[in-house]
Design a protein around this ligand. Structure first.
Ligand code: ADP
Ligand code: MG
Length: 248
């Protein structure tokens, strides 16, 4: 579980995050949604310590990240898996080498243990057959699956996914979303997904956090969001084109 208490962040005199309080539960996918410029990336960067907030606390299973020294922060960072917006694979490495990379960097596993772990996660994302290929030989959806395999190979307790569907067609997006959710449940990890995609929201939004102008404006489930009468949230849903598309 990741908890955020009374988080504020300003850049100069521009207040970007105001009194954010949230609880991202273990074993669930939490979605952070909001218009462009609402503060989603800033919040995520505060959570992982890329920037420090002006005020507030971030607790990783009770451990206060912001009160920690560099060494302890490093330990927590090793427990976080990242799935980046554009997959960010190493082009000069094969699929297998990409997935092995964090094991070399972050763990003391033996060669045999690494071999087994790489084979297991590639099997999990259904890419065993592609282990010798390079990223340039893969489709967008396959690249995302390699990204997922690489993020989970060192068995993270926390998983951050930034716009996992960017650049994917709607069908592939559903496959990737479902995979992220299944992996979250199977491994009982705390997963945060930043997204614009209302299809994802409806598909996997067990816990949804809507950020509006730097404030946590609405919080609820995929079932509740369709019944909301919150004006700003409705206008966000409307702007996504989701309801229009569903109507036909
Ligand atoms: P989102 O990810 O929701 O699109 P961001 O968190 O990137 O939003 O940005 C929120 C607001 O903070 C924007 O107005 C942006 O211009 C501002 N902002 C973000 N990072 C910086 C920075 N390093 N310096 C100044 N302003 C920033
Ligand atoms: Mg952003």
């Amino acid at each position: 579980m990741i908890e955020v208490h009374g988080l504020y962040k300003s850049f100069g005199d521009k207040e970007v995050l105001k009194d954010i309080n949230a609880r991202f539960e273990t074993g669930k996918t939490s979605l952070i949604i909001g218009a462009s410029g609402s503060g989603k990336s800033t919040l995520t960067r505060c959570l992982v310590g890329l920037i420090d907030p002006n005020e507030g606390h971030v607790l990783y299973d009770g451990r206060d990240f912001l009160l920690m020294g560099t060494k302890e922060r490093k330990r927590i960072r090793k427990e976080i898996g990242f799935l980046f917006q554009h997959s960010a694979l190493f082009d000069f490495m094969t699929v297998e080498e990409n997935v092995r990379f964090p094991l070399d960097m972050l763990t003391n596993m033996s060669k045999k243990e690494k071999d087994n772990r790489v084979a297991f996660v590639l099997e999990r994302v259904e890419l065993s057959h592609a282990h010798k290929l390079h990223p340039s030989e893969l489709s967008g959806g396959m690249k995302k699956r390699v990204g997922i395999a690489r993020a989970i190979s060192p068995k993270p307790r926390y998983l951050f996914c930034d716009e996992p569907n960017s650049g994917l067609d709607p069908q592939t997006s559903i496959v990737i979303d479902s995979l992220i959710q299944e992996i979250t449940h199977e491994n009982d990890i705390t997963t945060l997904v930043i997204t614009h995609d209302m299809n994802s929201v409806i598909e996997i939004g067990e816990q949804i956090f809507f950020i509006h102008k730097g404030e946590l404006w609405w919080e609820g489930t995929q079932h509740e969001i369709l019944k909301t009468d919150n004006k700003e949230l409705l206008s966000f849903v409307d702007a996504s084109g989701f309801l229009t598309n569903k109507k036909g």
